[in-house]
Design a protein around this ligand. Structure first.
Ligand SMILES: [Fe+2]
Length: 388
């Protein structure tokens, strides 16, 4: 069976590649790019430095810095008004997944019109947006190399998955030096998101040999380097390895899809304002325990690749070790349960049927090796309430 692989046309990878953005924009014939970033980054030097460098190359350029964590349709609409109103012809997103996802949706609506909710899966986006250069500052969501964006509907609060080749950035600039100021919690959460991408891409029903290679390389690196990357921000080799692995994991899941963890994570994040990587981490061990029986060989390979199991260990021992190690890693990274996070207990249990319905509607759980029923999704949510 053939696999269709989509990645950005241009990938710039390595320390210092950030400085090549103006030249990249010239090559792409961008005349009026709009930089999309967030208020947190605006307090630092980066967006201003980028704007100056672009202007110095003779390109007119403005900044839209109103993006929010868990980007909303209202902010996307505001971005579209700026983009269209000021006659911009291209996008440069700078930040974590939120600015990059926002820029993708802005480009989509600027080109196709309508509202974000008109394009949620399984809708097909008719036309690709304007050129988009994505510059991640976390390692990471992988959004710089994916054909997905997740936008929260400002009216209903639902986290909507939007997918299609039209969303793929034209270029990704992956410079680990931009991650050096990332706080420990952010490094832990975005790193766990990357690990989840790698594992889910590898066990996905849509996995293929191309994505397998990327997923295995990414999970090996992330499992080894994440603790040092979190506890020792000055550890440059760890941060560099994490940055590359996060992008590899992004390419893997963009072409193989994510599965049940992401399906369940979006509603959890949307209703209780839990950061995406953190809600993934809360779910990953329990979802893995639920899923292993349907793909023992694949999960065992993950365990061996991550150095959790020996080459000669039987599959069952390897997957049990994997589940145990995922719980252990959560404890080391101080991942709270929803209860410890401060979620209201009555509200959590009341929302479980709604969250299960939304998780299944996103389509991601259908890529899981073990496809759950609504009752099984509800049961996993109940199980995760207190963690382990
Ligand atoms: Fe993710």
């Amino acid at each position: 069976m053939s696999a269709e692989i989509l990645i950005p046309s241009i990938l710039k990878i390595g320390g210092g590649s950030f400085e090549e953005v103006p030249e990249l924009l010239l090559r792409l014939k961008c005349k009026r790019p709009l930089i999309v970033t967030d208020p947190f980054l605006m307090r630092g030097q980066l967006p201003g430095a980028l704007q100056r460098a672009i202007k110095d190359a003779g390109i007119a350029c403005a900044i839209f810095s109103e993006t929010v964590a868990d980007p909303t349709s209202a902010i996307v609409d505001a971005g579209v008004r700026v983009f269209v109103g000021n006659d911009h012809d291209s996008l440069v997103s700078l930040g974590g997944g939120s600015p990059i996802d926002t820029a993708k949706a802005v480009g989509m609506l600027a080109k196709n019109g309508g509202q974000a909710r008109d394009y949620r899966v399984p809708k097909v986006i008719p036309m690709a947006g304007p050129p988009h250069v994505a510059i991640p500052t976390t390692a990471g969501t992988g959004s710089e190399v994916t054909r997905f964006t997740v936008i929260t509907d400002s009216e209903t609060g639902e986290k909507m998955l939007i997918a299609g080749s039209a969303l793929m950035p034209t270029a990704a600039v992956v410079d680990y030096e931009l991650t050096l100021t990332m706080p420990a919690r952010l490094a832990a959460d975005t790193g766990t998101d990357s690990l989840t991408h790698a594992v889910e891409a590898y066990v996905s029903r849509k996995a293929n040999t191309f994505t397998d290679t990327l997923a295995l390389a990414a999970m090996k690196t992330i499992w080894r380097e994440l603790p040092a990357s979190v506890s020792d921000p000055g550890n440059l080799p760890a941060r560099e390895a994490m940055m590359l692995a996060a992008t590899q994991a992004g390419m893997a899941f963009s072409n193989a899809s994510v599965a049940l963890v992401h399906g369940m994570s979006r509603p959890l994040g949307a209703h209780f304002h839990i950061a995406h990587g953190l809600s993934n981490a809360m779910l990953l061990p329990a979802v893995t325990a639920f899923s292993v029986e349907a793909a023992m060989g694949r999960y065992a390979k993950c365990a061996r690749t991550m150095g959790i199991a020996e080459r000669g260990d039987p599959d069952e021992r390897a997957v049990n070790g994997l589940i145990e190690a995922l719980y252990q890693r959560n404890a080391e990274l101080k991942v709270p349960s929803p209860k410890d996070f401060g979620v209201d207990e009555a509200q959590y249990f009341e929302m479980i049927p709604v969250m299960a319905k939304q998780a299944l509607a996103s389509g991601s759980p259908q890529n899981n090796p073990r496809v759950p029923t609504a009752e099984e999704v509800e049961s996993i949510y109940r199980q995760c309430w207190e963690g382990k």
